[in-house]
Write a protein that binds this ligand. Structure first.
Ligand code: TYM
Length: 327
């Protein structure tokens, strides 16, 4: 079982990234061969700071290691170090429908936010993502709910390629967790938690100090009524219940039962306390790991060597099937 996922080196990683995706990467190491990629080439499709980008790649690498990725048991690398991704992106672009890319929700959202340039790179973003996944003959892609459409498109691209050029790619499936796939903003629980859209108060960063976590949880927007139960008219409380269920590795109804008869105040305090305990060790390891940039670059370089060997084999087959290059 081969597992692949990618994560952008933008901003600080938040609770949505952690509970929706990173936690699954770590579990993936137990279930199969995990390959994880810090996608710097995706990050350059919107406005960015050149100097900061390299630092953000190292931030994200340190975060993934702090969360529990073990370079001895998985492959962790920087996307731009393995040039096969960009080549495959171009080759796959020729079996991708322009109309499908036009329908991508994230493209619409992100292009609406651009002030200066809506780049062609942003439009092709999902094709590069498909290349990331398909280069490794991936079985399973652990992601949060917001990546569902991109993985569907990846499957369509793989199927279209296989029909046109013969069986070449494995058609991957997504792995979206039952609980925690869509963590919402604490200040506006109708919006997903996101560094680009949300306010600082609505986001919990994995590296937040305990005081900040408690403060943000205490001031989280809740709903009318006073019972700690999930419901479509209670997006704030539902979000906090889901967060606590993931942190406790328990079920949503078990969390509800444990607060039966209790009020919002006590519940919010409990979520804050348990979250502080859950994230604390990750923050401490992060600070330690982030200090040694040479070690981080070493992990990425070794990962890139392993990744390249797999991707190069796929590319050789793809070129041959497509009639590209010398025989
Ligand atoms: P990115 O970097 O935006 O997010 C990384 C992962 O975090 C998940 N996520 C969330 N999960 C739950 N609740 C939230 N509020 C939340 N916000 C983000 C995302 O679903 C994602 O799994 N396009 C991808 C990166 C990518 C990729 C890939 C992913 C590039 N190539 C190949 C999988 C396979 C992205 O922007 O993720």
């Amino acid at each position: 079982m081969r597992i692949f996922s990618g994560i952008q080196p933008t901003g600080r990683k938040h609770l949505g990234n952690y509970l929706g995706a990173i936690r699954q990467y770590v579990e993936g190491q137990e279930r199969g061969e995990g390959i994880y990629c810090v996608v710097d080439l995706h990050a350059i499709t919107v406005a960015y700071d050149v100097v900061e980008l390299r630092a953000r790649v190292l931030d994200t690498t340190a975060m993934l290691l702090a969360a529990g990725l073990d370079p001895a048991r998985c492959t962790l690398f920087r996307q731009s170090d393995v040039r096969e991704h960009t080549e495959l992106c171009w080759l796959l672009a020729s079996v991708t429908a322009h109309g499908d890319l036009n329908r991508m929700t994230q493209f619409k959202e992100k292009s609406a936010r651009q002030r200066e340039l809506i780049s062609a790179g942003l439009f092709l973003y999902p094709v590069l993502q498909a290349a990331d996944i398909l280069a490794y003959q991936t079985d399973e892609v652990p992601v949060g709910d917001d990546q569902r459409q991109h993985i569907e498109l990846t499957r369509d691209i793989a199927q279209r390629f296989n029909e046109r050029f013969g069986e070449t790619f494995k058609v991957p499936v997504h792995r979206i967790p039952e609980v925690g796939a869509r963590i919402m903003d604490l200040q506006d629980p109708t919006q997903k938690m996101s560094t680009t859209a949300g306010s600082e108060a609505g986001l919990v960063f994995v590296t937040d100090e305990p005081g900040a976590i408690v403060q943000k949880l205490r001031s989280a927007v809740t709903d009318s009524g006073g019972e700690v139960v999930c419901g479509p008219d209670k997006p704030g409380i539902t979000n906090l219940i889901e967060i606590l269920a993931v942190v406790r590795s328990s079920k949503v109804d078990e969390v509800e039962a444990s607060f039966a008869g209790g009020g919002y105040g006590d519940f919010k305090q409990a979520v804050a306390d348990e979250l502080v305990e859950y994230l604390g060790p990750v923050r401490e390891r992060y600070v330690e790991l982030r200090g040694d940039e040479r070690a981080l670059e070493g992990v990425l370089a070794e990962g890139a060597d392993r990744a390249r060997a797999i991707a190069a084999a796929t590319l050789a087959t793809v070129r041959e099937r497509m009639g590209v290059g010398a025989t």
